[in-house]
Design a protein around this ligand. Structure first.
Ligand SMILES: *Cc1c(COP(=O)(O)O)cnc(C)c1O
Ligand code: SF4
Length: 342
């Protein structure tokens, strides 16, 4: 379309691109266990679906992700990550509501700093998917996200601390915000001279690849810092050709792609699954980064893998794969100065 509009700065151009069509895909996400199971040819009774677990943390799963689940397989590793089941309602000692100490590491509204040099922004409480093992199921996002008040408090806290050289956009999922909202934040951050890197923690390119649209790519290209893009995929089946294409587009902006996975019983707690995840990630241009032991969140105990088994799996990966395909096996302990290797 040709108009007589004046030339736009890159930031303003972002606002005028046909942004946020992906939101239609997001709104069509499945929210009813019965609908999800019907699509897969499975029965709610035998699957142990729990109305209480659903009430505690909603079901939400994009249709494209459901299409990657195996029809008729009650043990499908993607289904297990999203289906609310009775096991979640067991109260298990040692599993809490603030498993990773976010309450004590708060620097400002929506700004969490646990490690030297890195400030993590809780940009939003929203996500495109609800993973049953997530600490989000209990976190108070209404009061704790950095976007409130046009990012001012978060940006001021980062500007005031010259030791911060990396800003991590996290959440929730930062890419569940509109691109113009993200640009508003990075425009403000661009004025802070001590920021050297930007990191984006997002599962959206995997669960809703439609999110990686022209406007997002334009924004990524316009950023004044090197970008680390840390994805979250737990199983090789989470990748398909549409995800591959989305990841290739992100890489074309110059961002480094990394993956963090969570070790989950019944999802990826065997050597073949973990090896396939690393190989499939690499084939999509993504380097394995971390393999996390589960955060001890109330409702997620049935996903726990013992440390002994985790270490054996990690040793198995080292014996099988190229060194660069082996993620670091770590867990998060409140008060530590880094993630802790097992
Ligand atoms: C995990 C985490 C980071 C990032 O740690 P890296 O080891 O650099 O990946 C930063 N801040 C917070 C609050 C975290 O939880
Ligand atoms: S994508 Fe990440 S933040 Fe969102 S529900 Fe899943 S684990 Fe939690």
């Amino acid at each position: 379309m040709i108009t007589a509009a004046p030339a736009l700065t890159p930031e303003k151009a972002i606002l005028t691109l046909p942004d946020d069509r992906w939101q239609a895909h997001w709104r069509q996400a499945i929210r009813e266990p019965a609908e999800l199971l019907a699509l897969l040819g499975l029965d709610a009774q035998t699957m142990g679906v729990s109305a209480d677990a659903l009430a505690q943390f909603a079901l939400r799963v994009p249709r494209g992700f459901v299409a990657r689940m195996r029809h008729g397989d009650p043990a499908d590793p993607l289904l297990r990550q999203v289906l609310p089941i009775n096991d979640e309602m067991q109260v298990v000692a040692g599993f809490s509501f603030d498993a990773v100490g976010d309450g004590q590491a708060k620097k400002a509204t929506g700004v969490i700093q646990k490690y030297r040099g890195r400030a993590l922004l809780v940009t939003t409480g929203s996500c495109a998917i609800n993973c049953r093992y997530c600490f989000r199921r209990h976190f108070d996002y209404a009061g704790e996200n950095a976007a409130k008040g046009g990012w001012q408090e978060a940006v001021a806290a980062i500007a005031a601390d010259p030791d911060i050289d990396e800003v991590i956009l996290s959440g929730g999922d930062p890419l569940s915000l509109s691109t113009s909202k993200l640009a508003e934040l990075t425009d403000a951050l661009a004025a802070i001279p001590h920021i050297k890197r930007l990191r984006i923690h997002s599962r959206l390119p995997v669960v809703l690849p439609e999110r990686v649209d022209e406007s997002l790519l334009h924004w990524l290209r316009s950023l004044p810092w090197p970008v680390a893009f840390v994805l979250h995929a737990n199983h090789a089946n989470e990748f398909d050709s549409q995800v591959d294409a989305a990841l290739a587009r992100i890489r074309s902006t110059g961002a480094q792609l990394l993956n963090q996975a969570v070790l989950l019983r019944g999802v990826n707690d065997d050597l073949d699954a973990l090896a396939a995840l690393s190989e499939r990630s690499f084939a999509a241009g993504v380097m394995p980064y971390y393999l996390y032991q589960l955060d001890k969140v109330q409702g997620a105990a049935h996903f726990e893998v013992s440390d002994a088994q985790a270490l054996a799996l990690h040793a198995g990966l080292m014996a099988r794969l190229s060194g660069y395909l082996v993620p670091k096996l770590v867990r998060e302990i409140a008060g530590d100065t880094s993630k802790r290797p097992l």
